[in-house]
Write a protein that binds this ligand. Structure first.
Ligand SMILES: Nc1ncnc2c1ncn2[C@@H]1O[C@H](COP(=O)(O)OP(=O)(O)OP(=O)(O)O)[C@@H](O)[C@H]1O
Length: 238
């Protein structure tokens, strides 16, 4: 049984549909990449799975439960973590305050925060610094660390390496791979450095015009260079 299953998912904004029947699954401890051209509906799909956008049609199952009617907070406490592309930290709060807020609903918040500091020592070093003054890589680290506080079974990351330097990108890829290796399934919306990311993922979905156009292994996608160039023209295809 899959950890997550999207069945004929339709959603969008207001009455305008953007997704037109998406089929997607994620297995336990699997890292799945979602890629596609600008405007394909990748972020819309992530927001829908995370309970931020309501489903228009179809069904989403998480741990075999129909989560279609549930909102974001209910899903977070059920083990579905989500790190949005933007505004994923509180810029005016310190690193420590961000984590305290993230751990607000947990039984042992101090212990949970220490676990995150242990995992990401950089955050401990910067604990008194305002999140808005962190580097791009450190900010993403804080956003991912905050999501990990609730010990998710599935972590949705919308372009976690967006705008990062090659070195920060490599660090983030290694950290996320480690999160997967430790047992958390990951959905990764890929925009930058797709070749590096795809080398680490288990499966890939290509989304186009609100539909899954192709599904396969990372290696399979990397072999089709023509398709790759078409998709990522103008992006940093390292
Ligand atoms: N809040 C919104 N209200 C109305 N339309 C929106 C909204 N957000 C996104 N859209 C539209 O939905 C479509 C899909 O957008 P979405 O952000 O899901 O694409 P994406 O694949 O994540 O793109 P990108 O790679 O550029 O981030 C686009 O046509 C976009 O203009």
């Amino acid at each position: 049984m899959s950890l997550l299953k999207c069945k004929s998912v339709e959603s969008g904004y207001g009455k305008i549909p953007i997704l037109h029947g998406v089929e997607l699954r994620v297995e336990e401890s699997e890292m799945v990449a979602v890629l596609g051209p600008n405007g394909a509906g990748k972020s819309t799909l992530m927001k829908t799975i995370a309970g931020i956008l309501p489903l228009m049609k179809g069904q989403i199952l998480f741990k075999e439960e129909d989560i279609s009617p549930l909102k974001h907070h209910a899903l977070a406490s059920r083990g579905l973590g989500y790190v949005p592309q933007e505004k994923n930290v509180f810029a005016d709060l310190t690193v420590a305050e961000n984590l305290e807020l993230g751990a607000f609903t947990i039984k042992n918040p101090k212990e949970a925060i220490e676990t995150i500091y242990h995992r990401f020592p950089k955050l401990k070093e910067r604990c008194k610094q305002k999140a808005g003054t962190l580097s791009g890589g450190e900010r993403q680290l804080l956003a991912v660390g905050s999501a990990l506080l609730l010990n998710p079974r599935l972590l949705i990351l919308d372009e976690p390496t967006s705008g990062l330097s090659p070195q920060a990108t490599e660090t983030m890829i290694n950290l996320i791979s480690k999160i997967r290796d430790d047992g958390t399934a990951v959905i990764w919306v890929v925009e930058e450095s797709p070749k590096e990311v795809l080398a680490h993922v288990d499966r890939v979905y290509l989304l186009e015009s609100g539909l899954v156009r192709k599904e396969g292994s990372g290696e399979g996608f990397l072999e089709d260079e023509e398709e790759f160039e078409r998709l990522f023209l103008g992006h940093n295809v390292s």
